[in-house]
Structure formats: C-alpha cells, structure tokens
Design a protein around this ligand. Structure first.
Ligand SMILES: NC(=O)c1ccc[n+]([C@@H]2O[C@H](COP(=O)([O-])OP(=O)(O)OC[C@H]3O[C@@H](n4cnc5c(N)ncnc54)[C@H](OP(=O)(O)O)[C@@H]3O)[C@@H](O)[C@H]2O)c1
Length: 312
C-alpha cells in the first residue's frame, strides 16, 4: 500500500480510503448488511487501508456506530478516522456538541480528521465562528486535523483567513471520470495550497462499475435521486463502459478498478469508494499499484468527451 500525507500535516493516509455512508440502514438498498460493512472495513485494513470516512448525518449516526464497532479491536494509532459535522451544526456550541457525540458513537477519544460537511446552506452562520470552533477543537486535541467538504475556492480562501495555529488539510469533493467540475478551479487551488482532495462518489455511485444499464438500475433511495442513473444519461454512458470493459480485460482488472485508478493519476487525490462487502472493498484496493498507459487514457478521454450529462 502507498501512503500520503494529508495536506501539510504529518498524518499519513493510504492512497485509497473506504467510505461508509453505505451503513445507513437500507437507504443504499435492501442488500445492505452492517456485518458485511464491518467486514469490508476489516478487509480494507488487512490490505493496508488505514483511512475510513463517515459523517454524523449518515444513517443519523448509525454509520459512526458501525465504524466504531469495526475499529474496536484495531490500535487507535493505526487508523485514521474522518468524520463530518453537518451543515446545520456549524454554530460554535452546536459544533462542539457534534464532535462529542461523534466521538461517543465512534468510541474514540479524538478524531483524526474533522470535516465541515457542507458550507452553511443558508449562509447564516459566519465561517469565522465555525473555523474558530474547529481551531479550538484542534487546540484541545479533540481533533488532529481540520478538513472541509464541498467547499468552493471562495469558501476555502475565507476559511484559511480565520486559522492561525493550523491549516485546512483536505477538501472532500465529488470527483469521478463523469463528474469533473472540480478540475477547473478547486483542484488547482488545492494543489497550489497543499490541500488534499478526498474524492467522494469515485465510482459515480456504481455507474462506473459497469454493472448497471438501462435495464438494470439500482432502486434504493439514495441512487433514485442521482441524475447519472436517468435513462438518457445511463444510455450515453454505455459506450464509455464498453471502452472501460475492453481496457479492463486487457489489463486483467475490473471496470471499477479502471475508474479508481484514473483518479489516482492525480497525486493529491485520495478516493474513498463506499463498499458494502469485503469483496467490494478488496476489489477497490486492487486499483492501486499499476498505471493506465497513455493510449488507454486517450481512448477513455475520447469517449468521455462525447458524454454530456443531463442534470435537468
Ligand atoms: N462529503 C460528501 O458530501 C459526500 C457525499 C457522498 C459520499 N461521501 C463519502 O464518499 C463515499 C463514497 O461515495 P459514494 O458512496 O457516494 O459512491 P461510490 O463510492 O462512488 O459508490 C459506492 C457504491 O458502488 C458499489 N461498489 C463499490 N465498490 C464496488 C466494487 N468493487 N464492485 C462493484 N460495485 C461496487 C456499491 O453499491 P452497489 O453494490 O449497491 O452497486 C457501493 O455502495 C461515501 O461512502 C461517503 O463516505 C461524501
């Protein structure tokens, strides 16, 4: 396994992490099983993955409880736990309460990476108040590093102004082959400022595994709201999936591994694929340790250029 530093901190995370939004009861489908998710975390850890992402909002705390169970027998200093405070809890006192509750559910005395899940959607709470509370937690040793999520460049710039003792180490954003909006501004800014990009939905919630098509769509609550699964979008994506399948066969990899490896081309990007089973977790780790060739990348890029996702 390869490891990289989170931002400018000395925290080392595996090149790929594991996301655990899936531990939200049946929101991700009737096949979700908590024990399988615990095993997915264990299998990942056995393979060198030390980085686990969760959030207080996932299953209203359930995901944190499951992560807590999964890490119970692992030495605390061997694992990097990332969780997030919800966008509705960004006032000083609420944030402090949130972190305490997260630590309790996770069964830990500190959180490695505490992230602001979204900037305040109603823009009522100043970023100054939130960042000062984050810095207080850092100073008190309750969190080892400050991260953000879904922050635009203006949010990052403003937040950095309010921190004096430490900095922002990461920005967790949507990034996969089909959804590349961060490449324009957020990614160059993060690169320049030494902020790690943590890529959520790296498999486009399953679209980039190759197992879904017009006649076989996931029926769960989460993905019924994802535009990528709309008929006209999944139809356009089918040609890309054919190319990915060919590349995968040639390289003796899977479509998912091609999609994740494509993200790993960027040094500062850490994908956190969500896994429901140890088999999925193991397959995702197989995205590491090899490279796509320039002609393979060109073929993929050529197909991506033809796709125009309809978000209406
Ligand atoms: N910060 C944020 O705002 C934010 C937002 C979203 C997610 N996240 C984080 O990012 C993580 C990952 O994103 P995501 O869950 O949205 O999507 P994702 O990782 O792109 O897709 C996960 C889904 O893909 C399928 N899958 C995973 N590995 C597979 C494999 N090897 N082979 C076949 N299928 C596989 C599984 O579903 P099926 O088997 O049912 O197809 C799994 O539930 C989350 O768990 C969460 O921690 C953060």
């Amino acid at each position: 396994m390869e490891y990289i530093n989170l931002g400018k901190s000395d925290i080392k995370v595996s090149r790929i992490g594991i996301g655990t939004w899936q531990a939200s009861y049946k929101e991700w489908g009737n096949d979700v099983d908590d024990d399988n998710i615990i095993q997915a975390v264990h299998r990942s850890y056995e393979l060198g993955v030390n980085f686990i992402d969760t959030a207080e909002i996932y299953g209203k705390g359930h995901s944190e409880i499951i992560v807590g169970k999964a890490i119970k027998d692992i030495d605390r200093d061997k694992i990097i736990i990332a969780t997030k405070v919800h966008g509705a809890h960004l006032r000083h006192d609420e944030l402090i309460k949130s972190v305490e509750l997260s630590m309790k559910r996770l069964g830990v005395k500190y959180i490695d990476l505490y992230q602001i899940h979204w900037p305040d959607p109603w823009e009522q709470i100043s970023l100054k108040e939130t960042m000062k509370a984050m810095e207080e937690l850092y100073k008190d040793g309750k969190i080892k590093a400050i991260g953000v999520s879904n922050f635009a460049v203006r949010d990052l710039e403003e937040s950095l102004n309010y921190l004096s003792r430490t900095s922002i180490v990461s920005n967790q954003v949507r990034y996969n082959m089909l959804q590349r909006e961060i490449e324009e501004e957020v990614m160059p800014y993060c690169k320049k400022n030494g902020i790690t990009i943590i890529a959520w939905s790296p498999l486009a919630q399953g679209v980039l595994t190759g197992k879904y098509n017009e006649n076989n769509l996931p029926r769960d609550k989460i993905r019924s709201g994802n535009e990528l699964f709309k008929k006209n979008n999944i139809k356009q994506i089918s040609n890309l999936l054919k190319i990915l399948e060919k590349v995968a066969q040639y390289k003796r990899k899977t479509v998912s591994q091609i999609a994740l490896n494509w993200l790993l081309m960027h040094d500062q990007v850490v994908p956190i694929p969500g896994a429901k089973t140890p088999q999925q977790a193991e397959a995702n780790v197989g995205a590491i340790g090899w490279k796509l060739e320039p002609d393979e990348l060109e073929k993929i890029e050529g197909e991506l250029e033809k796709i125009d996702i309809d978000y209406m």
